[in-house]
Design a protein around this ligand. Structure first.
Ligand SMILES: Cc1cc2nc3c(=O)[nH]c(=O)nc-3n(C[C@H](O)[C@H](O)[C@H](O)COP(=O)(O)OP(=O)(O)OC[C@H]3O[C@@H](n4cnc5c(N)ncnc54)[C@H](O)[C@@H]3O)c2cc1C
Length: 382
């Protein structure tokens, strides 16, 4: 938030901050320790988010969301960054590809998601295709009244219990990228669809990532999202919003860490004075302070461009995602150092944030992919 922001922004921030503090924070440590989440708990929290009017906060009003501006969505994402990935699910950040839902698909797909009766995951990444989506092998061939899907997807968030999987598949392998892929909705329990395994991982505990197999899995025509051959455009349509969402979550993590370390620097004494009176600690704190502010400003700039429908939003989102995800790692590292041994212990959430923030340099386009985009953009100008 900045001086001069509308009062509604501040009210939104306060509402979500209170929800995170009162409803989500009490569950964070146990979920992290168990690496499991109670689905009924998340369902209950989703209902409370629906009552607050913020559920599915990233969807426009015509798709049943609260119709918030991107600047408002950023406020929510920054507050959610203070919590953990499984609990942030309570506010229902739904895949942007749902903006391509047809009228016929609304009653069975979109509406149950908006009522938090069903859940959805999206599956792009494969063992041989991550950053390079042109290498996607998973394919679907025409069958009677639909498509027959075969292939493997991996690292898919929250797919283990999802009722719907939005899957990017090649439907014409010889076509150029823009016409090669289609987005199919696979329902849980469809014959030929299996969750093969859950990955063990560094952070995001309680938020499972899975490997999925499709073996001659039939998907009816009614379950094509958008048009056949439109998959690439569907994926690209909201990728910048997702990158900005990550950038805001990273600022939220960094701000939470900063807020934790400040009282520690004032209270903890070493060599006869407060830690905060030692210049080495002051320098680390100052670097955190400046970098958090810089990241937040990049996020706000990207959000304003998005709300204005400006084409520079694409590159602004890449800059924001690159800087904030790397900044989050640096802040987590410094804050752990300022806490000393207690930062490394699980009594405090510092080590959890340290583990969790690392994933954001990889998901939604790695740092290297952002650097490539930014450099190409710079070189193409003037
Ligand atoms: C916590 C988490 C959650 C995820 N959730 C999902 C999900 O819900 N759905 C989903 O579909 N996927 C998900 N993913 C997968 C994620 O999108 C991919 O891991 C990511 O896109 C990178 O792909 P990759 O892992 O195959 O790495 P690769 O693409 O193999 O990259 C490996 C390294 O090579 C670098 N590299 C690749 N190409 C180039 C190049 N041209 N120039 C320079 N460097 C390059 C990369 O930057 C990276 O450092 C998730 C991943 C994580 C970690």
């Amino acid at each position: 938030m900045s001086e001069g922001d509308p009062i509604e922004y501040r009210m939104l921030q306060e509402t979500v901050r209170r929800f995170v503090k009162e409803k989500l924070a009490p569950h964070e440590a146990k979920i992290d320790e168990d690496d499991e989440v109670d689905l009924q708990l998340i369902d209950g929290l989703k209902r409370q988010a629906i009552d607050l009017g913020v559920f599915a906060y990233n969807l426009p009003a015509q798709f049943g969301g609260p119709g918030l501006s991107v600047q408002e969505q950023c406020i929510i994402d920054e507050e959610l960054g203070r919590s953990s990935m499984p609990l942030a699910e309570a506010l229902g950040h739904l895949p942007g590809s749902l903006r391509f839902v047809s009228n016929a698909q609304r009653p069975w797909l979109l509406e149950p998601l908006l009522r938090a009766e069903k859940t959805v995951a999206y599956a792009l990444t494969e063992p041989s295709a991550g950053s390079d989506l042109s290498a996607i092998h998973t394919s679907a061939v025409r069958g009677e009244g639909g498509w027959v899907l075969s292939g493997t997807k991996h690292f898919i968030s929250a797919a283990e219990h999802a009722d719907f999987l939005i899957v990017l598949v090649a439907t014409d392998k010889s076509a150029p990228l823009k016409a090669r892929f289609t987005t199919l909705v696979v329902e849980r329990g469809s014959p030929g669809f299996k969750v093969l395994r859950r990955f063990r991982k560094m952070g995001w505990r309680g938020h499972p990532l899975s490997e999925l197999a499709f073996e001659d899995c039939f998907v009816p025509d009614s379950h094509v999202l958008g048009e056949v051959g439109q998959g690439f455009d569907i994926m690209m349509a909201t990728i910048n919003n997702d990158r900005l969402m990550v950038a805001c979550r990273c600022v939220g993590i960094a701000q939470a860490l900063y807020d934790l370390v400040l009282p520690h620097l004032r209270q903890r004494k070493a060599f006869g004075k407060a830690l905060g009176d030692h210049q080495a600690m002051q320098f680390m704190l100052a670097d955190c302070d400046v970098e958090i502010d810089a990241a937040r400003l990049l996020n706000q700039k990207a959000a304003r461009l998005a709300d204005a429908g400006h084409p520079d939003f694409r590159i602004a989102a890449s800059r924001a995602k690159l800087f904030a995800s790397e900044m989050g790692g640096r802040v987590a590292d410094r804050v752990m150092q300022m806490f000393g041994g207690s930062g490394y212990m699980a009594d405090l959430p510092v080590e959890r944030f340290y583990r969790d923030v690392r994933a954001f340099r990889i998901g939604e386009g790695t740092s290297e992919m952002q650097r490539l985009q930014i450099a190409r953009h710079a070189l193409s100008k003037g």
